[in-house]
Ligand binder design. Structure first.
Ligand SMILES: [Zn+2]
Length: 264
């Protein structure tokens, strides 16, 4: 059984962190034992531990949210129940269109999941998750992935940022987008404009306070500036090999853009 010890980061808001990729799962307690589950992840054992933790506390998912259509944010298990699971309409469209690739990614990255439950998200109409609990507002943009939907809990000031605002990963651009750098900047602008953020929960990494949230937005803009300028980039998050690989792809795209083409 995987270790799982969710931390209560605000009243009724718990964050569990899986070992793989420092992936977070957010649990928001609502009325009558119901809870909103955001991006449950990542291994089969992690999800089993999560389901056990929830049932030990008398919590049962009544709604799910996938922040974006990448495999590690589209997981579910039978033990988590049959709650409706939502994502933004563009994210749902991508999850459907890219289903085959997503399934092979989940089989590589976290084998053994019940694939009949994988990526079973429906489009959320509107910008607020309709569920019996604290208000949960969706802030959508196209940085990192199409239809990336952060969830903001105005009562507690918690911003569940998905794969943005990480302290352990550089900004990861959507290189399939026509303007990955512009799209990422727009995503950061959307998040920075959310009023009343007290706490940020990145999809991978560590929870931060409001000052840390601002610091990460500034660091991410600095990263984009440096890559687009084409000089040396000295970002402390450039640690692991796969991040260096993504970084090299960003640099190649920026170089191509400077030459006036799309590159790759
Ligand atoms: Zn992602």
């Amino acid at each position: 059984m995987a270790e799982l010890s969710p931390t209560e980061i605000a009243p009724g808001v718990h964050v569990a962190t899986a070992e793989k990729y420092t992936t977070t799962t957010t649990i928001v307690a609502g009325a009558d034992g119901g809870c909103l589950l955001v991006d449950p992840a990542v291994s089969v054992a992690d999800l089993a531990a999560l389901a056990g933790w929830l049932s030990d506390r008398g919590l049962r998912p009544v709604a799910g949210w996938s922040t974006h259509p990448h495999w590690d944010h589209l997981l579910w298990s039978r033990a988590l129940g049959a709650a409706p699971r939502y994502a933004t309409p563009p994210a749902v469209a991508v999850a459907a269109r890219e289903q085959a690739g997503l399934i092979s990614a989940v089989e590589d990255g976290a084998p053994g999941h019940d694939l009949t439950l994988f990526a079973r998200v429906q489009p959320l109409l509107g910008h607020e998750i309709d569920w019996p609990g604290p208000r949960a507002l969706v802030y959508a943009h196209d940085a990192h992935a199409p239809g990336h939907g952060a969830v903001f809990l105005p009562d507690s000031g918690v911003l569940i940022a998905g794969d943005m605002c990480s302290d352990v990963e550089i900004p990861l651009l959507d290189l399939d987008a026509p303007d990955p750098f512009g799209g990422y900047r727009e995503g950061l602008r959307v998040l920075a404009s959310v009023p009343g953020v007290h706490t940020v929960v990145p999809g991978h990494g560590h929870v931060g306070d409001d000052a840390e949230f601002r610091r990460r937005v500034t660091a991410d803009l600095g990263y984009l500036d440096a890559v687009q300028a084409g000089g040396d980039v000295d970002d402390p998050r450039l640690t692991e090999e796969w991040l260096r690989t993504e970084h090299a792809r960003h640099r190649a795209r920026a170089a191509a853009a400077r030459r006036g083409g799309r590159g790759e």
